[in-house]
Design a protein around this ligand. Structure first.
Ligand SMILES: [Zn+2]
Length: 460
């Protein structure tokens, strides 16, 4: 896998087993802060950061300027960075068409220079990832006609007006963990993960609006409704079932460096969140081939893929699997002593690495064009499937039938998150992803055909 090194905000230290820097449990956080996601879906150029210039009329530049999609061309979708209440503002000579969103607790985000009148109405509730307008160049831009999004994050606001409530803060400052991924490197919103212990069980986990972990499960007949598992998520969570009535949920928590946490269901009770430490630059994904096997993969401080394994009794140390990735990797077990690990390489392609019970293969390319992390699922030794978001923002899959890989196949949809897949039984596959409306959508394979995408739930 091609290497990606030298990111400015983290050292290239390969030390994943941290000292006791992150003992605080995720649910012990005293202050609830919103965690923002990039307020668009497209590729971006960060044209001008916080305080990148001083204007004699308007003062310091108090936001971040993003050029979206194809540079110089407006019209890309602008989305809410977190859930909140919308206040579309009258056009101004400086800000052009713009909108403010109130996230509560004094937190506001502002979106300037939109092409058109903002989409939400005054007082409307908007979901994280909901489209609120389109990139433009209205108002005062430098240079004139500069198509971009000026995105502003403000704290300690006491009113909710179109003016300068509160204090502008730098969303990229190392001291402020304002992003659900730090720093945001690609444009996806928080996404779901799924797990199952059999034909009548299916569970979905997500990080909620206030960064706690939520689950809902299906018992073969009904969905439970959303239930919070608390915690403070700084990544998408992951769940896995090692057997009937066993669920393990992993998430990257808060701290420095960002550590892994685990919460376990034993059939009757949930444990608290337990720290497993590490230095995570992605969310985790977990897999298992039976009650006494459990494995979790992450991107580490050096952007290699790292794993940690539990053998039924104790946890191994963190172990590097090499490779280089900046987004959530995925693992799946098709059988006892069989593990496949998938990651998006720095070239944007999908790569895999396989464990055969005694050795790891090298990283092998499976190509594709990924704009998300992958997720993999399997119903048995001769079935393996991986789902990703493609370059067109559709969900795509690639399937292995025990002998060979299929070509990439579009499953449609317009995903704004990593997709996830799970098999509850032979010939049964469920795929979930966040849609462009900020809601959770699903699609289902019954052994012979795919359903269409159907609305599953609004985001908790
Ligand atoms: Zn600006």
């Amino acid at each position: 896998m091609p290497l990606r090194r030298g990111c400015f905000w983290l050292t290239a230290s390969a030390v994943l087993v941290s000292a006791f820097l992150s003992l605080e449990a995720p649910n012990a956080e005293a202050v609830i802060e919103p965690m923002y996601t990039l307020p668009f879906y497209d590729s971006f150029n960060l044209a001008c950061g916080f305080h990148c210039y001083y204007d004699p009329v308007y003062g310091w530049h108090e936001g971040v300027d993003y050029e979206l999609g194809v540079t110089g061309v407006g019209g890309e979708r602008v989305a809410a960075a977190a859930s909140g209440t919308a206040k579309p503002c009258p056009p101004s000579p400086s800000a052009g068409n713009y909108i403010v969103i109130n996230h509560g607790n004094g937190h506001r985000t502002r979106y300037l220079h939109l092409r058109d009148t903002p989409l939400p109405s005054d007082g409307q509730s908007v979901a994280r990832g909901q489209v609120i307008g389109y990139e433009g160049s209205t108002g005062y831009t430098v240079p004139s006609g500069f198509n971009h999004l000026h995105f502003e994050t403000r704290h300690a606001a006491t009113t909710f007006t179109c003016g300068f409530d509160g204090t502008a803060v730098d969303p990229y400052a190392p001291s402020t963990y304002m992003w659900t991924t730090n720093p945001p490197s690609y444009a996806v919103m928080p996404g779901p993960d799924t797990c199952s212990w059999g034909a009548n069980n299916l569970r979905v986990v997500v990080s909620g609006t206030w960064s706690d972990v939520w689950q809902t499960w299906w018992n073969g007949a009904n969905w439970s409704g959303w239930q919070t598992l608390l915690g403070t998520a700084t990544s998408d969570p992951s769940c896995v079932s090692r057997g009937t009535n066993l669920v393990d949920v992993f998430v990257r928590g808060s701290g420095e460096p960002l550590p892994l946490y685990l919460k376990r269901w034993d059939g009757s009770n949930w444990s608290g969140w337990e720290p497993l430490y590490g230095t995570l630059t992605s969310g985790p994904d977990a897999c298992s081939w039976g009650p006494n096997d459990l494995r979790v993969v992450v991107s580490g401080g050096d952007y290699d893929v790292w794993q940690k394994r539990w053998n039924g009794t104790s946890w191994s140390a963190w172990q590097s699997l090499g490779g280089s990735t900046t987004v959530d990797p995925s693992c799946v077990s098709t059988d006892v002593n069989r593990v496949n690990v998938f990651a998006r390489g720095s070239d944007g392609d999908l790569w895999q690495k396989r464990w055969d019970g005694s050795n790891w293969s090298g990283w092998e390319p499976l190509y594709g064009t990924l704009t998300s992390g992958p997720d993999a699922c399997s119903w048995g030794p001769n079935d393996l499937r991986v789902v990703v978001r493609g370059g067109d923002y559709d969900v795509w899959q690639k399937r292995w039938n025990g002998t060979s890989w299929s070509a990439w196949e579009s499953l449609g949809g317009t995903a704004t998150s990593d997709p996830t897949c799970v098999s509850t039984d032979v010939n049964r596959v469920n795929v979930f992803a966040r849609g462009s409306d900020g809601n959770l959508w699903q699609k289902y394979w019954n052994g012979s055909s795919w359903s269409g995408w159907t609305f599953f739930s609004s985001w908790p």
